[in-house]
Ligand binder design. Structure first.
Ligand SMILES: C[S@@+](CC[C@H](N)C(=O)[O-])C[C@H]1O[C@@H](n2cnc3c(N)ncnc32)[C@H](O)[C@@H]1O
Length: 308
């Protein structure tokens, strides 16, 4: 079994917000290496169920083995946006709780072979689901300068997006950019020393979000999850950057509204129903202690809402 040093982020807080019925059916959309799932199972009765999924095959295989002796859990290698398909396969009419701990796991970041880190030499890939058609290598080597700049700006909020895109296009004329370090060197070449790491992480984040279609997938997952929550059931989402957090915040707000008519309509005509009550008016953040012990937790934000 792989050696995994993974500390689930806001572990206690996630479980407190998520679990309302110890005999319920729960969904963990980002199983990873099973940190949160393990906590969920520890807090559930013998008649409860947990359905968990991860797009990453390593995470799926690891967790399948980890939980092989617990009959309460069923594990899938699906995208969480297919929560409705999984619910159908499992004949689950509704969930008591749905959890998503977004982004990549520490294993994906620390393991050079998974190609998520710019700190080690790895093939420029960044796909969580290796069956997806377009890898980061293809994006970097075949997209137009304008399209690359848009990706860096939109998904990395990178101010130097145009300059970076231009330099990539110049360099790839000479030699195809194949590895994480080759891309890093290009970015280093045009970034002042103090900004290098931040710029690198923004460019890699942008490529990762694009390649995995992370933001659209998240929107689909949030809507389908609300469709599938039973009354009183909870959705808990942990996000790690502002783009994700904004989507979660907006989706929860939209689901809480009972009218979306223009303000000047004298009577409501929209028939919109409020489906969620937001429980965390402000996002919950990790304690100083947790951040000290787990660097990855520093940017985490937890939002929770209840189906009404
Ligand atoms: C932060 S880790 C989760 C860690 C997990 N909570 C634990 O305690 O071990 C995020 C995981 O979600 C997976 N993931 C990201 N987006 C996904 C998606 N759309 N569908 C399914 N899994 C996804 C990643 O492959 C990664 O393993």
């Amino acid at each position: 079994m792989m050696d995994i040093h993974h500390k689930p982020v806001m572990f206690n807080e996630s479980l407190e917000y998520l679990i309302t019925d110890k005999s319920g059916v729960y969904f963990d959309g980002t199983l990873g290496f099973g940190g949160h799932s393990e906590g969920i199972l520890l807090n559930l009765n013998n008649d409860a169920r947990l359905i968990a999924t991860d797009v990453d095959t390593d995470a799926f295989n690891f967790s399948k083995l980890k939980f092989k002796n617990d009959e309460r859990i069923k594990i899938y290698n699906f995208n969480f946006s297919q929560i409705n398909v999984i619910a159908k396969i499992e004949s689950v009419p509704g969930f008591s709780g749905v959890l998503a701990d977004l982004g990549v796991s520490s294993f994906q970041l620390d393991n050079p072979a998974s190609g998520f880190t710019y700190r080690n030499e790895a093939m420029l890939d960044l796909r969580m689901d290796k069956t997806k058609k377009v890898s980061a290598e293809e994006v970097v080597n075949s997209f137009s300068e304008e399209r690359l700049a848009d990706i860096f700006y939109k998904y990395g909020e990178e101010k130097k997006s145009r300059q970076i895109a231009r330099r990539i296009c110049e360099k790839r004329e000479i030699k195809k950019i194949k590895t994480t370090l080759e891309l890093s060197e290009i970015i280093f070449g045009i970034t002042p020393v103090n900004y290098r790491i931040k710029t690198l992480s923004r460019v890699f984040q942008a490529l990762r979000i694009y390649v995995n279609d992370e933001l659209e997938t998240l929107k689909v997952f949030l809507t389908k999850s609300v469709d599938l929550l039973i009354k009183g059931g909870r959705i808990v989402v942990l996000s790690y950057h502002s783009l994700e957090d904004r989507i979660v915040k907006e989706a929860f707000k939209y689901e809480e509204l009972d009218c979306i008519c223009p303000k000047d309509y004298p009577v409501c005509k929209c028939e919109k129903e409020s489906r969620l009550k937001i429980i965390t008016k402000k996002p919950v953040v990790p304690s100083d202690d947790e951040i000290k012990n787990n660097f990855r937790a520093r940017s985490a934000k937890l939002r929770a809402a209840e189906r009404i």
